[in-house]
Design a protein around this ligand. Structure first.
Ligand code: SF4
Length: 311
């Protein structure tokens, strides 16, 4: 059981949501999700295409490269016996091509292209706090200058949900603030003035016949957020607070469980089956061995997640 002294926005969010979830995922490194899913592979191919496109590759060439990437991933999922491939229209190459064409010619991609220049894509940045030696990692999809000379960072998202919720998400955003903090601390830029989510919404229904409907619902938006020094200070404070709390929890072996507030109907947490057995556990070493034993019997595997190692 080793404590790795790095965080990113997702890891911090996990600890804030439920310290027990953090313990199971990032200290015991348990998961059920390392095999990937259609949604994840679709998202990776989308990101790959945009990285090429905003780095100057011709649009059709970028899309073709994304298609190859998605096809390889889907083949891998089929070989692994993943039945979800046949249920999810995002595994369909035609859906991918139509969606990304829309995003780049009439959606957020097109809007973005018209307002930014000198884009840098797929930045993997690490800031290490000198005293505590904790590191904060950020994988920034795009950092660019606007034509008015301001710096803007952008996170690309694909979703099968409607866009309305994303506006609300911006109000409580931590991701863009964290990225802006890291970008300025690592001196990639002196200042970041704005962040934005560039979102592609894709939905395609399956018909009773088993075929997918020829109609794809597509939507897209570029949702901007002004970033001030206060936002960056808030991101720094969050990083310092969470890293300190994790160290304290690790030393005292106390990663409290939010089981009583945890709504199993939401299905958001992959650790329900384990928590049912161990929510009272005090996480002594002997109990940890037992958690592993039960976890493996329930189909969990050990897999270390790192944001820079995902393709
Ligand atoms: S199931 Fe609930 S209590 Fe258990 S780790 Fe997940 S969020 Fe926490």
């Amino acid at each position: 059981m080793e404590l790795e002294k790095w965080l990113d926005n997702t890891k911090m969010g996990t600890f804030e949501r439920c310290p027990r979830e953090f313990f199971l995922r990032h200290i015991l490194m348990l998961t059920r999700e390392s095999e990937g899913s259609v949604a994840t592979e679709f998202g990776k191919a989308f990101h790959h295409t945009l990285e090429l496109y905003f780095s100057g590759t011709d649009k059709d060439e970028a899309i073709q490269s994304g298609v190859l990437k998605l096809q390889e991933s889907i083949n891998r999922l089929i070989e692994a016996g993943d039945e979800r491939v046949y249920e999810d229209a995002r595994a369909d190459i035609d859906t991918f091509v139509r969606a990304i064409q829309y995003f780049l010619t009439a959606g957020a991609g097109q809007e973005l292209r018209s307002i930014v220049k000198n884009a840098k894509c797929e930045l993997k940045l690490t800031y290490t706090e000198p005293e505590s030696k904790w590191s904060l990692l950020g994988r920034i999809d795009l950092l660019a200058e606007t034509h008015a000379g301001q710096h803007m960072l952008v996170d690309f998202k694909t979703t099968s949900w409607g866009l309305r919720g994303w506006g609300n998400k911006l109000l409580t955003d931590t991701q863009l603030q964290t990225y802006a903090f890291i970008a300025t601390k690592t001196l990639v830029v002196k200042e970041v003035h704005a962040g934005a989510y560039a979102i592609l919404h894709v939905q395609r229904r399956k018909l009773k016949s088993g075929q997918f409907s020829p109609n794809i619902t597509l939507d897209s938006a570029l949702l901007p957020l002004a970033l001030t020094q206060d936002h960056l200070a808030r991101a720094e404070n969050r990083f310092l607070t969470v890293s300190k709390s994790i160290e304290h929890a690790y030393e005292s072996r106390h990663f409290p469980c939010v089981w009583s507030q945890c709504n199993r109907l939401t299905g958001v947490c992959q650790f329900h089956p384990l928590c049912e057995r161990f929510w009272r556990s005090s996480l002594e070493n002997s109990e940890v061995e037992h958690i592993y034993e039960i976890a493996f019997s329930l189909g969990y595997i050990q897999h270390r997640w790192h944001p820079f190692e995902e393709d």
